[in-house]
Design a binder for this molecule. Structure first.
Ligand code: ADP
Length: 568
């Protein structure tokens, strides 16, 4: 944010050459009106004080401590005092023209500082006082010397200063009003983003239940007509869910609530995974999906893999969507630049391309290349907007080079943070072959939301898990005291006792489940929530809406740990 000090410093820096040129001109006129060494000496002094002023103001962007404020005020006072002193000299030595000119210099100085220094009151006073002193001293000296008519000049000077004061107050009131209005607009925009984030989050829970139910329905015995109906249902669900997720992401980013979570990641495997995931879809359109990884592209890096996958998936999805024939190529390389190492991801296609005038617009929210795109290809026009904002949040950038008719290359550049530790196995790896382990697993589920209870049942019962449900933390503690479970799924917000406290009691109580893995179900997987969970000793997190793979992976891990514990 640009504070008033920074604003003022910028103006002063910009003005420095003008002030020096002005001073040279004034010194010339001064010498012409009253030739002596003084105008030249004055000019030399002006140069010195102006540069001192410039040097002192250089650190004005820093925290305005009391010491700094005093230094800035002193420098301002000194430089204006020197500047305005030419007026006094001319009053004494320049005859009538000199006196008039002297008054004009001080009046001009007063006007100038009122306009330019009104952002910071202390500096305004430091600059205005020397000018005002000289301004009034000149005619008052005339009065003291016996010239009664000089009272008219004193009165004129007083009126002039009164006008300045009124103008200053009005300008300040307007500035304040504008700032208030801007604040209100910013708050309204934040409220809108918050509302969107909340509402889409709330919609996502029941939506997820519909998606899960539809997927399970698809796996059951259906006749042809029913199968088609379920297909329609799942297709519509997918569109709705991705739209919802996009709106949620965008509003989270705009409300400043998108938290990134960097972790050690096997980058090469992540990119290979994306390639594997998208190859069949590209092949279904007759496209070849290539992967080109530079030999020196690192494997062990630290970044937010979820968000990286989101950006790359969006780019690959677009490339496949807007390419009718040819290839889509995913590239990964690393490069050393002046400001450090970077990772360069490219998604290049041989598709329709993008006209130059549309390029920048595409990164705005809700913008699509041409009208009718949504009807033809689907999509919300949010993908690239979110991707670019995410890239910026991750400290990098996203851009595109495109030639209509020949194809486009989207380039994502991210700072490269190497990690020393070997990347952990991703949940996907753990799922493979793990589902068998869940058969007959006894799971206590503390979750107050009936929809979420149902989703967990739909997901886990078919795998053979034996589920015991309860809807508050107090009951969870009671049930856990009664008999051993293989794992506990714990919601965070629940009546009676919240998930954190219930976990704490189960772990500390020394009962049959003191050592049972607790998996936290949390919709707000923000850092500080995770820290709170970690503190009470939960073994894993599953974020809500529940990702079936993540859930199964966590339970499998719990089952493995249990087997190891029993064997020990
Ligand atoms: P959408 O959800 O509509 O795909 P995006 O923000 O991801 O939203 O993309 C916005 C628009 O950018 C698309 O509608 C399309 O016109 C254009 N676009 C994106 N990627 C490509 C590409 N690889 N080739 C051609 N046009 C593209």
């Amino acid at each position: 944010m640009r504070g008033p000090y920074t604003l003022l410093a910028a103006v002063r820096r910009k003005e420095l050459p003008t002030r020096l040129v002005m001073a040279a001109a004034l010194a010339g006129i001064g010498w012409w009106l009253a030739p002596s060494v003084w105008p030249a000496a004055w000019f030399a002094l002006v140069v010195v004080t102006q540069f001192a002023d410039w040097a002192v103001y250089r650190d004005i962007a820093r925290e305005p401590t009391v010491g700094r404020k005093a230094a800035w005020a002193a420098a301002t006072f000194a430089s204006t005092a020197v500047y305005t002193s030419l007026g006094a000299y001319l009053w004494l030595a320049g005859g009538q023209a000199g006196q008039l000119f002297g008054m004009l210099i001080s009046a001009g100085g007063l006007l100038h500082v009122t306009i330019h220094m009104h952002h910071v009151k202390s500096l305004l006073v430091a600059a205005a006082v020397p000018h005002a002193l000289v301004f009034f001293w000149m005619p008052l000296r005339g009065v003291l010397a016996g010239d009664v008519h000089m009272w008219a000049l004193v009165a004129g000077a007083a009126m002039y200063v009164a006008h300045l004061l009124v103008a200053f107050r009005q300008a300040n009131a307007t500035t304040r009003q504008l700032a208030d209005e801007r604040n209100r607009a910013e708050q309204a925009s934040k409220a809108k983003s918050n509302f969107l984030a909340t509402i889409s989050h709330e919609i996502r829970t029941p939506m997820n239940a519909i998606v899960t139910a539809a997927h399970l329905l698809r796996g059951s015995r259906l006749n042809k007509a029913q199968r088609e109906q379920v297909e329609i249902l799942t297709d519509a669900n997918d569109v709705l869910l991705s739209l919802l997720n996009d709106v949620l992401d965008l509003s989270k980013i705009e409300a400043g609530k998108m938290a990134l979570e960097s972790a050690d990641t096997d980058l090469r495997r992540t990119v290979q995974g994306l390639h594997r995931l998208w190859r069949p879809r590209a092949a279904a359109k007759g496209l070849e999906l290539r992967l080109e990884m530079a030999d020196d592209a690192p494997a062990a890096v630290s970044l937010d893999a979820l968000r990286l996958k989101q950006i790359l998936s969006n780019l690959i999805s677009n490339a496949v969507k807007f390419t009718q024939k040819g290839t889509v190529t995913i590239r990964l390389a690393a490069e050393t630049r002046d400001d450090g190492e970077v990772l360069i991801f490219e998604v290049a296609d041989t598709g329709a391309g993008i006209p130059p005038e549309a390029v920048e617009r595409l990164f705005d929210a809700f913008e699509q290349g041409e009208a009718g795109t949504t009807r033809k290809h689907g999509g919300s026009g949010l993908g690239l907007a979110i991707s670019r904002r995410l890239a910026t949040l991750m400290g990098g950038g996203l851009g595109v080079e495109s030639e209509p008719g020949r194809g486009s290359t989207f380039r994502l550049v991210l700072p490269l943070v190497r990690s020393v530790a070997d990347a952990e196995a991703t949940p996907e790896d753990a799922v493979a072959g793990g589902e068998d382990m869940l058969r007959n697993m006894e799971v206590l589920v503390a979750e107050d939301h009936p929809v979420n209870q149902r989703v967990l049942e739909l997901l886990l019962a078919p795998l053979g898990c034996r589920l015991t449900f309860c809807e508050d933390g107090g009951k969870a503690v009671d049930l856990a005291a009664g008999r051993p479970f293989d794992a506990i799924l714990m919601d965070m917000q629940m009546p009676v006792l919240d998930g954190l406290e219930a976990t704490r009691r189960i772990k500390a109580g020394g009962g049959p489940n003191a050592g049972t893995p607790v998996i936290a179900l949390t919709a707000n997987a923000l850092e500080h929530h995770r820290a709170a969970w970690a503190e009470v000793g939960v073994e894993a997190f599953v974020s809500k809406p529940i990702d079936p793979r993540q859930l199964v992976a966590s339970l499998t891990q719990a089952a493995t740990d249990g087997a190891v514990r029993r064997a020990a």
